[in-house]
Design a protein around this ligand. Structure first.
Ligand code: FAD
Length: 331
């Protein structure tokens, strides 16, 4: 598959803890350098609070995940000082159209009046979103210590202080902190380590994401079809992304076989039926997902604070992902 984006590789650095005897203490440690962890580190730095950020990977998000970023999330990112590159790169939109079969049944404009500095929505691939956040952390070399390929493997949470164990390619080390912010994603291992639950509902339906590269003259609007002629009895969603990439989201039903549906020979006819037989496109990314709506009963346990997808998850529809849970924590 072609790719319009090359993931950056952030360097691993040997931690100073491996060369000292004492266990170091930090005011704030953040687990996870995804959207939530990075946003928290920048927000704290702007308020003069130092943090150590640990991520077990060495790059930003791989493949298609978040795409739509809503006005309120962008306003928070503006406060964090990095909305400009996102607005510049992202595809701005505010209108949506809804179709039933081949009839348009509803249209909306999320920002009918002029004069807003921040648009109703931008579409921007999550890897760009994270890359711009990482770039912003570099403006705070004294406040943010961001360590790639440092995996948190154990947590001992006590009322006054938390001890964590970190694993690296050069060996393991321990540290203590006043506050541990847990932003390690939907399948939070830290949540499991502390024996905590995230309760809610798993939706049985399956959806296919097909990101295709093509030059097309669809307007930059959100188009949503119920029961369209090219994909009967299911729904379809279309969004434009930067770099001439288009996100098409096909509802598949609960019986769909994810492995079969991800095969290019099965995706192409679906896309071609939608776009017309003469339209040329290349498939950039395909994945099949289900979604969950669930949350922890409490986000705070002693001095451990859960945030982002680790704390709660919602359906990806409506752009309520990365900074929305962060907002719940920060306000
Ligand atoms: C198909 C799909 C479409 C979506 N569309 C949208 C959308 O349009 N708009 C929207 O707002 N949201 C959307 N989302 C949701 C969005 O992707 C998530 O809400 C967001 O990534 C959550 O960010 P996070 O920082 O909480 O967690 P993550 O992005 O999962 O980041 C967690 C980080 O923690 C690291 N980590 C994990 N364990 C450890 C450990 N033990 N030690 C150190 N590091 C660790 C991981 O490597 C990772 O970097 C979508 C999601 C999916 C799957």
């Amino acid at each position: 598959m072609p790719t319009t984006y090359k993931n950056p590789v952030y360097p691993y650095r040997r931690p100073p803890e491996l060369d000292v005897q004492d266990v170091r203490h930090y005011p704030v440690v953040i687990v996870g350098a995804g959207p939530s962890g990075l946003a928290a580190a920048i927000d704290l730095a702007q308020q003069g609070v130092n943090s150590l950020v640990l991520d077990d990977n060495n790059t930003v998000s791989v493949g298609s995940r978040a795409l739509c970023f809503a006005k309120r999330s962008l306003e928070i990112i503006d406060r964090l000082g990095c909305v400009e590159p996102m607005l510049e790169k992202g595809v701005t939109w505010q209108r949506g159209r809804v179709f039933f079969q081949d009839r348009e049944v509803y249209g909306f404009n999320l920002l009918p009046e002029d004069g807003h500095r921040i648009p109703a929505f931008i579409n921007l691939q999550q890897y760009y979103f994270e890359e711009f956040l990482v770039n912003r952390t570099h403006d705070f070399p004294e406040q943010i210590d961001l360590r790639w390929q440092h995996k948190v493997t154990d947590v001992d949470a006590q009322p006054d202080s938390t001890t964590i164990k970190v694993s690296t390619q050069d060996g393991d080390y321990q540290l203590t902190c006043d506050y541990l912010l847990v932003a390690d994603g939907a399948n939070s291992q830290i949540r499991d380590m502390l024996g905590l639950e995230c309760k809610g509902q798993v939706f049985q339906d399956r959806f296919l994401i097909a990101d295709v590269v093509m030059k097309a003259d669809f307007p930059t609007e959100r188009w949503f079809w119920f029961d369209p002629p090219f994909h009967p009895n299911q729904s379809v969603l279309l969004h434009k992304e930067p770099d001439n990439v288009w996100r098409i989201d096909f509802q598949l039903g609960c019986d769909a076989d994810p492995e079969e549906e991800k095969k290019e020979e099965n995706i192409r006819p679906r896309v071609q039926a939608m776009l017309g037989k003469d339209v040329e496109f290349e498939l950039e990314w395909a994945s099949v997902y289900t979604f969950r709506c669930r949350k922890m009963d409490n986000f705070i346990h002693n001095s451990v604070i859960f945030m982002g997808d680790a704390a709660h998850q919602v359906s990806p529809f409506g752009a309520r992902g990365p900074t929305e849970p962060y907002r719940v924590w920060i306000t």
